[in-house]
Design a protein around this ligand. Structure first.
Ligand code: ATP
Length: 307
């Protein structure tokens, strides 16, 4: 494992006209897999594209593998892999040709045929890019990002739109990359993907990193268990909180979806249902569950992750 960070972003600011997309963001990513989560418009893509050298910071510093992504872009692009969305690919080229072409640009590429088989692309080698399905295009973009055996790979929503089987194959490939010493910066809208893969998670909101740590560390910050129930939107959460023991939390995460954190035991369950009875609330779908990354995300951002 490397001791120096693979990505180091300090006080990054990026504006588009009057819109501040990234607002003094600090992020340090070490070896392994770092998942970057955030609601729509949080500034994830802008941050990642700045790390890839495609955008120039308005202020702040960015170092990737110790290099400046703008000044040292030539060297950096031989050492990183970037999963481009469909815009970066010539649509008339054949899938296998494109992959072999990219492999030839690198000194120690992965075995192209093995990679094609691994990602279930064997049936579409001779097909032109434009005729591939959305999921096949997605997998080809992933293959092109990793075929050069980069030290660091940026994956932008690598499993968006994939069926469960292709999703699992992608996760396995990402795990193998890590085992092979490749670091991964993974932007995702899927909590389960971050929980499955990430050594470290950075949550971005409104252009800043608002929390970072392992899944376990982030979840440990909250309660061990969570009591959830649904009811009519806009219940008086302050009044519920007063009825609960002092170390409990209560929040309406999304309209009508309530979460109570703390030492969730039968007594707490009774207190919540009794409060509901006093306030004429029929709680639906009461459940006691482990505190998840999604709970942490909703608590911190107040927003659902998915668009
Ligand atoms: N080229 C651009 N011109 C103007 N505004 C932009 C541009 N790109 C992004 N923005 C704005 O900057 C903000 C951050 O966008 P960004 O794409 O970085 O967020 P994101 O977290 O990746 O969002 P999503 O999850 O929806 O992809 C948003 O308000 C977005 O509308």
């Amino acid at each position: 494992m490397r001791s120096e960070p693979v990505v180091q972003v300090q006080a990054l600011v990026k504006r588009y006209g009057t819109k501040t997309a990234v607002d003094g963001l600090d992020l340090v990513a070490g070896a392994g897999i770092t998942a970057v989560l955030g609601p729509n418009g949080a500034g994830k893509t802008t941050t990642v594209e700045t790390c890839e050298g495609y955008r120039r910071p308005d202020s702040g510093t960015v170092r990737v593998l110790g290099l400046d992504p703008v000044r040292d872009s030539g060297e950096l692009h031989t050492r990183i892999g970037v999963m481009l969305q469909s815009g970066g690919v010539y649509s008339g080229a054949r899938a296998d040709e494109m992959l072999r072409h990219v492999a030839k640009l690198h000194a120690r590429p992965l075995d192209v045929d093995a990679l094609i088989a691994r990602l279930g692309l064997d049936s579409c080698g001779r097909t032109t890019y434009r005729r591939l399905s959305g999921g096949q295009q997605q997998r080809l973009a992933l293959a092109m990002a990793v075929v050069g055996r980069p030290e660091l790979v940026f994956l932008d929503e690598p499993t968006a739109g994939l069926d469960p089987q292709a999703r699992r194959a992608t996760w396995d490939l990402v795990r193998d990359l890590r085992a092979d010493g490749v670091s991964v910066i993974l932007t995702t809208h899927h909590m389960d993907e971050a929980e499955q893969l990430a050594d470290d998670v950075a949550i971005i909101d409104a252009g800043r990193v608002i929390a970072q740590g392992s899944v376990e560390e982030l979840c440990r910050g909250g309660a061990e268990n969570t009591l959830r129930f649904s009811g009519r939107p806009g219940l008086d959460v302050g009044s519920l909180l007063k009825a609960l023991p002092a170390d409990c939390t209560a929040a309406e995460l999304t309209p009508g979806a309530y979460r109570v954190g703390g030492k969730v035991d039968p007594q707490l369950l009774a207190t919540v249902t009794s409060w509901c009875a006093q306030h004429g609330v029929m709680p639906e779908r009461i459940s006691v569950e482990r505190h998840t990354l999604e709970d942490v995300f909703l608590e911190l951002t107040g927003k659902e992750l998915r668009s």
